[in-house]
Design a binder for this molecule. Structure first.
Ligand code: BES
Ligand code: MN
Ligand code: MN
Length: 463
């Protein structure tokens, strides 16, 4: 294995320009008006894979957004790495809070990224991180070549639940067979402390609609005599947590596997500064389930949050109205032991139970996914650990992340292989938020670490 760093340094301007091109495509999976952009993004990735000489490059159509596939099998006897990532991005709203256009990438220095960060929707989640894998292939190929086989599968529906990827995976088990799945779609502890994500929370995403009268009413003439669905929904939502911030849905915690003392001790040794955490997001005090630390609340404990709530009059000035509908989108983050379909059912049942007779209720299940845990005593983990050590001169710390990538648990079930989550994003990178960015050095170090991983994994796999 040669000196990847020299090649990366020499070519970084071009790497960044190529990434910028991808970031200019507004491939928002949630908005159908961006469907043409989704196709353009998929094509652009296919072109990169073709240019690297990957075989069987194709755009696999689905009932939703397409999946890009490509592979390079150099020797059946060598291990195969399956790279997964996503080219779709989150919507950009609220647009007015962006300093510049979300799809016109630019580089700006920040306190945390003094060398500069790439600002754009998708810079970190996940175009920037996914692109590191494409460039890592280039880096290895100009060096001594790929040390093992590789398959690429980049999807366009991660931000909307990966429903069609699930079908694709179930129908293409042979094509996707692999020894390890490699993913960069998570974060690291901080700029200089590498970490490997060993857990992701599951997700159950629900919507509730309450309906009162058969039309909006005059809030003076009817106020006080007819149930207001917004008042009722607010009360129902408030009742979903008790005074210890535990979730009150009956049975919700029944299958939660409690962390062992050893695990809790390990968590408490992860570098984390509560004051910095509060400062970084501008809050005066933290919040959460009694008896658990902030990192625990974020990683090994479930959570329930309203993602959006609407109804009634919200425009300029005031309108006196007693609305007849109230809606909320509610997500639950799940931990090992919990099953998302079961939790969705418990949620639905409970919401129906606590809805008073004065209104009617409709509960809709959006999407979900199971939590994921990765062992640390595997060849994949060891190879990743060595790769980080080569590049960062530090052993990476195993951490569990609070976010969800539902397809990772499905990969384990259907393809029977584990994923290595090598994330290079930082909490401050503002993914899903205005001014999302990704450190230039994180991007470049990521490319180097990934390239090293291939070599360590191949070597360790051979025994
Ligand atoms: N890359 C994120 C997940 C993530 C972010 C994991 C940070 C760990 C740390 C992914 O793109 C994402 O946003 N997932 C969604 C779930 C999906 C079903 C919409 C999430 O976690 O909200
Ligand atoms: Mn992502
Ligand atoms: Mn995301």
């Amino acid at each position: 294995m040669g000196n990847f760093k020299t090649y990366i340094d020499k070519n970084k301007e071009r790497f960044l320009n190529e990434l910028f091109e991808l970031l200019r495509i507004p491939s928002i999976s949630a908005n159908s008006e961006n469907d043409p952009d989704i196709k353009i993004a998929a094509n652009s990735i296919k072109k990169h894979l073709l240019k690297l000489g990957l075989n069987n490059c194709e755009i696999c159509e689905t009932d939703g957004h397409p999946i890009v596939y490509g592979e390079k099998i150099i020797d059946q006897n060598l291990p195969t790495i399956l790279v997964y990532g996503h080219y779709d991005v989150q919507p950009v709203d609220p647009l007015d809070l962006w300093d510049q256009e979300p799809f016109q990438p630019y580089i700006k220095k920040t306190e945390i990224h003094p060398e500069g960060a790439i600002f754009a929707r998708g810079a970190c989640d996940d175009k920037g991180q996914m692109f590191m894998h494409i460039k890592a292939l280039e880096v290895m190929m100009q060096d001594s070549g790929l040390p093992c086989n590789v398959k690429f599968m980049i999807e366009g529906e991660e931000e909307v639940g990966s429903d069609n990827l699930e079908i694709f995976v179930k129908n293409n088990k042979n094509k996707l067979s692999n020894d390890i799945i490699l993913v960069s779609d998570t974060g690291m502890i901080n700029k200089t402390t590498p970490s490997i994500t060993t857990g992701l929370r599951g997700l159950s995403y629900m919507e509730v609609e309450l309906t009162g009268a058969n039309r909006d009413l005059h809030s003076g003439h009817y106020g006080g005599t007819v149930a207001n669905p917004i008042n009722i929904l607010s009360k129902m939502i408030a009742s979903l947590h008790d005074s210890n911030n535990k979730i009150t849905i009956p049975g919700f915690y029944n299958k939660v596997s409690e962390a062992s003392n050893d695990e809790r001790k390990e968590i408490s040794s992860i570098p984390f500064n509560l004051d910095e955490f509060k400062k970084s997001i501008g809050i005066n005090a933290e919040h959460g389930e009694t008896g658990y630390s902030t990192i625990e609340r974020q990683s090994i404990r479930p959570a329930l949050d309203v993602n959006g709530i609407w109804g009634g009059y919200t425009k300029e000035g005031s309108k006196t109205v007693l609305p007849n509908k109230a809606n909320a989108k509610i997500s639950m983050r799940l931990v090992p032991g919990q099953n998302w379909r079961e939790i969705s059912k418990l949620f639905t049942k409970h919401i129906k139970n606590i809805t008073p007779k004065t209104v009617s209720v409709k509960v809709t299940e959006h999407h979900g996914g199971e939590p994921y845990v990765a062992p640390t005593n595997t060849v994949g983990f060891k190879a990743a650990s060595n790769a980080y050590e080569d590049v960062f001169n530090l052993k990476p710390i195993p951490t569990k992340d609070g976010g969800s990538i539902p397809i990772i648990a499905l990969f384990e079930k259907e393809l029977e292989s584990k994923s290595i989550l090598m994330g290079f994003g930082l909490d401050s990178d503002a993914i899903h938020s205005p001014n999302e960015h990704f450190g230039v050095s994180n991007f470049l170090l990521g490319i180097e670490t990934i390239s090293k991983f291939y070599h360590h994994f191949t070597k360790l796999s051979k025994g």
